[in-house]
Design a protein around this ligand. Sequence first.
Ligand code: MIC
Ligand code: SF4
Length: 645
Amino acid sequence: MGLTLTEKILRAHLVDGEPVKGQEIGIRIDQTLTQDATGTMAYLEFEAMGVPRVRTERSVAYIDHNTLQNGFENADDHRFIGSVAKKHGIHFSRPGNGICHQVHLERYGIPGKTLIGSDSHTPTGGGIGMIAIGAGGLDVAVAMGGGAYYITYPQVVKVNLTGKLSPWVAAKDVILEVLRRLSVKGGVGKVIEYCGEGVKTLSVPERATITNMGAELGATTSIFPSDEITKQFLEAQGRGEVWSEQSADPDAVYDEVVDINLSELVPLAACPHSPDNVKSCEEIGKLKIDQVCIGSCTNSSLLDMMKVAHILKGKTVHPDVSLSIAPGSKQVLNMMADMGLLSIMIAAGARILESACGPCIGMGQSPNSGGISLRTFNRNFLGRSGTKDGQIYLVSPELAAISAVTGYLTDPREIGEMPEFVLPEKFTVNDNMIALPASEEEAADVEILRGPNIKPYPETAPLEASIEAPVSLKVEDNITTDHIMPAGAKILPLRSNIPAISQHCFTVCDEAFPTRAKKLGKSIIVGGSNYGQGSSREHAALAPLYLGIKAVLVKSFARIHRANLVNAGILPLTFVNEADYDAISQGDVLELADIRAKVEAGETQLTVLNKTTGKEIPVLCELTGRTKDIMLAGGLLDYTRENLK
Ligand code: MIC
Ligand code: SF4
């Protein structure tokens, strides 16, 4: 029986477990990436492991999220990461060099390799045939130390692409269509593999848009084959020698097949406040807009910018609209300048931002109150833009650009004839903003530069014999990590200071939560389905850890967040009967008697006693050999200290 591309790469990297769907496996990691908002913590964790030099083939530290330096904190973190990188053998992509995923695709990604990154959009690398997975910072730290990365051996979904996109219909519309069909939970436990004749019609940047936003499906990752088009892209980056062909066997067997005829797709938009709330322009109607933001790791490639410039040429941004454009990398920005695209955009009235995440993570450009903003980004969760009642629509760069001119949400097919956009044969390669690490001999003399805002990892403790604690918070379905640990310009500078950032934990849902939880000393959170979807930020587990959360009991978890809870030593529990969610109220006291002994014995079917009502509630506590040991030790850091010597 033939293998899927996913299985081929995973099997070639298998170091622990059996390749059986649904079972945990450990894989060897060839490359890692971090960004600054998760990186400081990841490197503090790496330091705590005591490994002198990274043991991967390539590890890269990017500065792209916290680039608004409104106070010393972010600049201190950048300096800290730069010094750690220098000392421990990590390439350092300096601020201004671009968004981690865009730069990694351009300069470091290699078909057939494995990559984990402390950012949920790491699957961008799937655009060139890598198994690229988003993970918590601690998992990335372990991989840098040479440890395996653990995932559930996934089901593989084949997205069979046929036909060719019509003029002005974009790669963004492909992933929006997949999201419309599968939903934000449709990818959990799965890898999405793109196949079929239609693949050949898509360039590498288009493929990367699709795999990037596959994160919104909750999927483990997404992947395209590596073919002649990939080869051309890598050659144009001056890296042709790293190319290899990567594809599924012709008789590969998939767990599910989704057919998409590219020719039938139309321009789409994800409406507030979820990436799967997808509608066509026609369904949305003539919507007046206040803001347009073009950029983010999903849509900031040179190809995207070429299209945007073509649409803006000779036009003026509508008087009621603010248009901002953040190119994805220094390479993109440099080439935009050389090709004259930048002056077209400036002339049209676009507000050019630095090559960084910017508005995507709420670092500036928050819309006006109730403002309607079209963004080429990947997430439109409530409040993420920095304006609580902002109405964010996720769209293609083509749709964004034309709408910025007309002042309302406009079907880009109204633009008329579309020229052929051809990527240059050679990209301008200049890696002068990547600082290389010190040699092994010099490394000992490199001083780590810490600022006063950088506080150590919160205290952990081995799993207690029994847990008895009140429910400090009860939340609904689809809680995102932006609810649990909001980002934005005001809070992000606290990413290296867990005591301080914890004061913002869950404040989107309940302003009193941090104070209440801290006062209770220990407590439990109860939630609905797909709890913790979205970002990989481990702060969404570390802040609850600091606030004394001992267990989280929900209908279901999102993959990365569940792993982050285990890593932080917080028990992840799910209801056996979802209806029991209604049998617990905020304030009820729950008891997990003899929990340590039960976890130790490998029991997965447990009972929670609601001491307030007397009701016994069956719950699942699915911890396998390794995750069981992590939980008993009090988290991955303690476990690794004991095991990775
Ligand atoms: C995001 O898009 O939410 C982020 C910011 O890139 C996060 C990482 C973080 O919270 O630092 C992600 O996607 O993992
Ligand atoms: Fe940055 Fe936004 Fe991409 Fe996250 S989704 S890495 S914040 S550009």
